[in-house]
Ligand binder design. Structure first.
Ligand code: ZN
Ligand code: ZN
Ligand code: ZN
Length: 402
């Protein structure tokens, strides 16, 4: 991000999609997981698990939408009558991979779910081993409490028992979407970093970030952190009315879903206002070079078989050795995919080994409270032989007029 020339790939005219047949394969894998774990069924409500299995992005309503995946036999998507048109169009249903049923306003949808899973629970209450059903993590407690009432004796467990292992490894189409998301966010970052900044409010810049993310094809602009001056020391700073001044850093952390898959990238820049005496001070330059090395080494350490916590440790040791250990107080990264933050988490205590196809951020930061801070964040795929870095903008400190 040093030159005046955008580094930059252009957006493709046609956005790739997850092939419809893939949903059939995912449903089959999920069903096998339900059977293997001795579950009676998996109950998936509105949210990323439903998008993963059926390609159905439904509105989170008080009216129940539920995909019922039994241990054997056809899966059924139960939706409120008024949602039937979008439900019918989703690839899971349109591709013939699951059956669609609707419930009427006067019916109890939880009762229908109980029937779909074979009315288990009360009928089996006397058994030594209770029937178990998995429910998606995003199922509202409101619905789960009703399910518990209608299915007494059933034991509910998390659907992530089955789905976590499937979702955590991205296939080629998912990686293609993550890459396009990253490239789109890179273009936005480049434009913002090379545009006018000094004299504008953080909130005004954040609005421009959001507009540009949408213009670059994002489904939504979920976040636009613009942390200027002392606000750069707050990792999740909300863009405020603070006016950006010459002679300070700005942490820009932007992203949102693109074709369902998230972008999330951070760059730290320094604005001089065109005054050569207002460049970064020595302490900031030292801080930034430590951070730059930590982010590079942590990325470099990505390899199949390496523990997630190891990536965190690589970054943390370098930052600690420079005396900034206490100023790096968040994990090094989080998984990304259908959710902005998902497994795997690069954090001390997570011994899970990286596998090819895992996607996550590598985003160490150093924050001096009340003064300033910096963070560098890329989305990285664990490749067969090492890291595949999706974000392409230069990571050296960009000093601009602003
Ligand atoms: Zn975050
Ligand atoms: Zn971020
Ligand atoms: Zn992140």
């Amino acid at each position: 991000m040093t030159g005046p020339v955008a580094p930059i790939s252009v957006a493709p005219a046609v956005r790739p999609r997850i092939p419809a047949a893939r949903f059939g394969a995912r449903l089959a894998q999920a069903q096998a997981g339900v059977a293997e774990r001795g579950l009676r069924a998996m109950l998936v409500s509105v949210g990323p698990d439903l998008v993963y299995l059926a390609g159905y992005e439904a509105m989170p309503l008080e009216r129940l939408t539920m995909l019922v995946v039994p241990a054997s036999g056809r899966a059924t998507l139960l939706v409120p009558r008024l949602e039937v048109a979008p439900a019918r169009a989703c690839p899971g249903v349109a591709g013939g991979h699951l059956d669609l049923e609707t419930w009427e306003e006067t019916e109890d949808p939880v009762d229908r779910v109980a029937h779909l899973v074979g009315g288990f629970g009360s009928a089996f209450a006397g058994r030594a081993t209770p029937d178990r059903a998995a429910v998606s993590d995003r199922l509202w407690a409101f619905h789960l409490l009703r399910l518990q009432a209608v299915l007494p004796g059933a034991v509910f467990v998390s659907a992530s028992l089955v789905l976590r292992d499937l979702r955590i490894v991205k296939d080629a189409d998912e990686i293609a979407l993550l890459r396009l998301a990253a490239e789109a966010a890179d273009r936005v970052m480049w434009e913002i970093a090379h545009g006018r900044l000094v004299g504008r409010s953080e909130a005004d810049v954040a609005r421009e970030v959001r507009d540009r993310l949408l213009a670059e094809g994002h489904d939504r602009a979920d976040f636009a952190i613009v942390g200027s001056g002392p606000n750069s020391a707050s990792p999740h700073h909300e863009a405020s009315d603070r006016i950006i001044e010459a002679g300070e850093p700005i942490v820009l952390d932007i992203g949102g879903p693109f074709g369902g898959y998230g972008s999330d990238t951070t760059r730290t820049i320094w604005v001089t206002g065109g005054d050569a005496t207002r460049g970064p001070d020595d302490e900031f330059l030292r801080l930034y070079s430590v951070l730059r090395a930590a982010q590079a080494e942590a990325t470099h350490a990505v390899h199949p078989g390496v523990a997630c916590e190891r990536i965190d440790l690589v970054a943390r040791e370098l930052i600690s050795a420079a005396g900034h250990g206490a100023h790096f107080f968040h994990r090094t990264g989080h998984g990304i995919g259908l959710e902005g933050h998902e497994d795997p988490y690069l954090v001390a205590g997570n011994a899970e080994e990286l596998r090819p196809g895992m996607a996550f951020s590598v985003e160490p930061g150093i924050y001096l409270a009340g003064r300033y801070g910096a963070r560098i964040e890329d989305i990285v795929i664990c490749g067969d032989d090492g890291p595949i870095v999706l974000n392409q903008l230069d990571r050296d400190l960009l000093v601009v007029t602003g």
